[in-house]
Design a binder for this molecule. Structure first.
Ligand code: URA
Length: 281
């Protein structure tokens, strides 16, 4: 099957599609020994020999990326000496060894990225690159606008000030409320500690977005492989962040949105994990 050269290069995980286009345009890619600079040249990976900087593309490792909706009361590691359920228990049919990118607390739920692409995982986790993560949380009580503004500015925790957060009101009831909180750091129990610092206990925490990835309709315990588009967006995000840090630019923008004073938006329904645990792989 023929496909566009830049797509083939990006699909091996070597570079994002945009970077692959730059590699081609700058004459670093050959097909069957000939330099090709025309974007969109079609290749057949089963027949053509593609090299980037003199190295065979076929020798590149195929990368696998998937998103799991981690259920509550599951470890976000691959093993647990205590015998508790881990994310590995939910990866039925995945024959490649993939590793979780970051952690969620045992009692937290939601989006976990797993991959065998070590460099990408490391870059996504690196505090310097500030990849945004959004959490849908249920808290005790209802936050005032001034408490929300404190979170937006950054709050003092025992391990230092937090960076600016984006906080969106979602839904409120008498005794509790739902918020969406986006942060660009990944300290231990960070969201719970931030909310505690303004006097509210987190009752439920679901990660719904990480960089360009969204949890979408995945039920707790379900996973899906990333689309080419999503994998490419992840690689591009990492490339952009690395480049902007190399240029000495501040990679962490401040919050764009100020506190919305006019009421609370419609509820976002959180899904319950009702299914049975999947078989161990
Ligand atoms: N913040 C927390 O407090 N817990 C998580 O699991 C993730 C972010």
């Amino acid at each position: 099957m023929e496909l566009r050269l830049q797509k083939l290069i990006a699909s091996t995980g070597l570079a994002s599609r945009r970077k692959a286009e730059m590699l081609i345009a700058s004459g670093r890619v050959t097909i069957n020994g000939k330099v090709v600079t025309e974007l969109g040249t079609k290749v057949d990976p089963g027949r053509d020999h593609v090299k980037v900087d003199g190295k065979h593309l076929t020798s590149a490792q195929p990368f696998v990326y998937l998103v799991l909706n981690k259920p509550k009361n599951v470890m976000s590691t691959l093993d647990d000496p205590g015998g508790r359920d881990t994310v590995k228990d939910f990866l039925r049919g995945v024959s490649v060894r993939v590793f979780p990118v970051g952690r969620l607390d045992f009692d937290s739920e939601g989006l976990m990225l797993l991959t065998n692409h070590g460099d990408l995982a490391q870059a996504l986790l690196h505090p310097r690159y500030h990849v945004p993560k959004t959490y849908l949380i249920k808290v005790k009580g209802v936050l005032t606008d001034s408490e929300i503004a404190q979170l937006q500015r950054g709050v003092k925790l025992e391990d230092g000030m937090t960076g600016p957060a984006v906080v969106k009101k979602v839904k409120r009831a008498e005794a509790n409320s739902w918020l969406e909180v986006t942060i660009r750091e990944g300290r231990k129990h960070q969201v719970k500690r931030m909310l505690e610092s303004v006097g509210h206990m987190v009752i439920k925490l679901i990660r719904i977005r990480m960089g360009p990835l969204a949890l979408g309709n995945l039920e707790p315990g379900e996973f899906r492989f990333l689309s080419d588009y999503e994998a490419n967006a992840l690689r591009e995000l990492v490339e952009q962040r690395v480049a902007s840090v190399e240029r000495g630019e501040e990679a962490m923008p401040g919050p764009k949105r100020l506190v919305r004073r006019e009421g609370w938006a419609r509820p976002v329904k959180a899904k319950k994990y009702v299914g049975k645990k999947a078989r161990r792989v």
